[in-house]
Design a protein around this ligand. Structure first.
Ligand code: ATP
Ligand code: MG
Length: 424
């Protein structure tokens, strides 16, 4: 028997004393069985939401349409949901209505995987009608009931399947996997926001390479909504690079590397990240890394190429120091093998090694990366040159910044003003 969270134990005890059944359910039971840290605690009960609200003094009706009440105790907050079954599923996603029921087993039956369909009572006793513990012991992820139906009811479960298999290092049981292959086209019904949140947990989790391989093998990526026209199948040609993704610590780095391997223009990536409802800040950070790579590649591919050092320093000033440092981490992590073909592979074999060698030193020679750090401002410029402030100012400042970055000008007020006068 495992020790219960103190608050959860109290909560269950109160519900039981009031004549109801109450159990821990879902992820917290699974993680207890696996001796992993527990995130949120979900409790299922035979009490109706209004009965739960009558028993506890501090409650929040967070999801009454699903029968969920949040109970606030001094030990923490707990989601308490009335036993329910889900009547019909609409649009291959959440059910259109719920029906309250009195039987725990019926409630467990609607859950997605056997490891998520276990309950624990107030004594720490585990109720496990679908063999979740045995599956976990064997390292197997299996749907509750007929997998084909379960994925047909709610297509998001297919992404959850791959997320759990990768983050918990489980083998997808054969009939579950075959059902997933069969139902993969239903992915087109799932909102890209849901897709993002699952993908983010896979890619930001402990085993992004395995997640991507499973996604490709399942062909789920081929059936994402058509607003997301990224050529995911190109990852197949970069199998060894997928392990490099796992070696990166930062989330922006991981996304940027995966998206870079798709070899689409940075603008296409920007649109795709917007469709996936990434935050503006996350999208900008990732796109800046790709845009910098594109700019460096274009610079060195020019018929009359500028020296790499120049292209790099200019690119770093235009896309930002953070993007430049991130790109160096990516290039260091990527295998520079000769197997792959294409523009990116050529870049990795030609410019990338020199960047990996010299890029960081070149960055440390750049005195400032932003107009804010430049020793003169627009106001200084307008005053010194006796001109009206206007759009010309930004362009001139940017020009001064870039010449400073290239070492043609020192970052000093007098020298910059003199250069500005000469340029104007
Ligand atoms: P984590 O919080 O780590 O993602 P979890 O198992 O707690 O894991 P939640 O999304 O919080 O996942 O859901 C809680 C429980 O609700 C699950 O354990 C599962 O029993 C059930 N559940 C969640 N989503 C679905 C779904 N799409 N279909 C069926 N059951 C689900
Ligand atoms: Mg959870």
């Amino acid at each position: 028997k495992d020790r219960l969270d103190h608050g959860a134990a109290l909560l269950i005890q109160k519900l039981v004393e009031a004549g109801f059944e109450a159990y821990l359910v879902g992820g917290c039971v699974r993680d207890t069985v696996l001796k992993r840290p527990i995130k949120d605690i979900d409790i299922a009960t035979s009490a109706l939401p209004e009965q739960v609200m009558a028993i506890f003094s501090r409650t929040v009706p967070t999801g009454l349409q699903h029968g969920t009440v949040t109970v606030v105790l001094s030990e923490g907050t707990y989601e308490v949901t009335t036993f329910r079954k889900e009547a019909e599923y609409e649009g291959f996603r959440r059910p259109s209505s719920v029906t309250y029921i009195s039987d725990l087993n019926e409630d467990l039956k609607r859950r997605d995987f056997t490891m998520n369909a276990m309950a624990m009572d107030g004594q720490g006793e585990i109720l496990d009608p679908f063999g979740g513990q045995e599956d976990l012991a064997r390292g197997v992820l299996r749907c509750v009931g007929a997998a084909r139906e379960r994925f047909g009811e709610d297509a998001l479960r297919m992404l959850r399947c791959i997320r759990f298999a990768s983050t918990y290092d489980l083998q997808v049981e054969e009939s579950t996997w075959l059902a997933l292959l069969e139902q993969a086209p239903l992915m087109r019904h799932i909102a890209l926001e849901r897709v993002r949140s699952e993908l983010a947990r896979m890619i930001e989790g402990p085993a992004p390479a395995r997640a991507i391989r499973l996604l490709l093998a399942s062909r789920l990526t081929a059936h994402f909504k058509k607003q997301l026209p990224l050529p995911f199948e190109r990852w197949l040609a970069w199998d060894d690079a997928l392990d490099a993704v796992s070696a990166l610590a930062g989330q922006h780095d991981r996304w940027a590397m995966l998206l870079m391997l798709l070899e689409v223009p940075a603008d296409t990536v920007r649109t795709a990240l917007q469709e996936l409802t990434f935050s503006r800040a996350d999208g900008d950070a990732v796109v800046a890394i790709l845009a910098l790579r594109d700019a460096v590649a274009a610079g060195v591919a020019d018929p009359d190429p500028a020296p790499l050092e120049r292209v790099w320093k200019l690119g770093a000033v235009r896309r930002g120091e953070a993007a430049a440092r991130a790109l160096l981490r990516l290039l260091r992590a990527l295998p520079h093998t000769a197997e792959q073909r294409g523009e990116l592979a050529r870049f990795l074999q030609t410019a990338a090694p020199e960047l990996v060698r010299c890029g960081a030193d070149w960055l440390s020679e750049v005195p400032c990366f932003s107009l804010k750090q430049l020793a003169i401002s627009g106001k200084d410029l307008a005053g010194e040159l006796g001109l009206q402030p206007g759009p010309w100012m930004g362009a001139l400042l940017q020009q001064l910044l870039e010449r400073t970055a290239l070492g043609e000008l020192p970052n000093e007020r007098d020298a910059l003003l003199q250069a500005a006068r000469a340029a104007k």
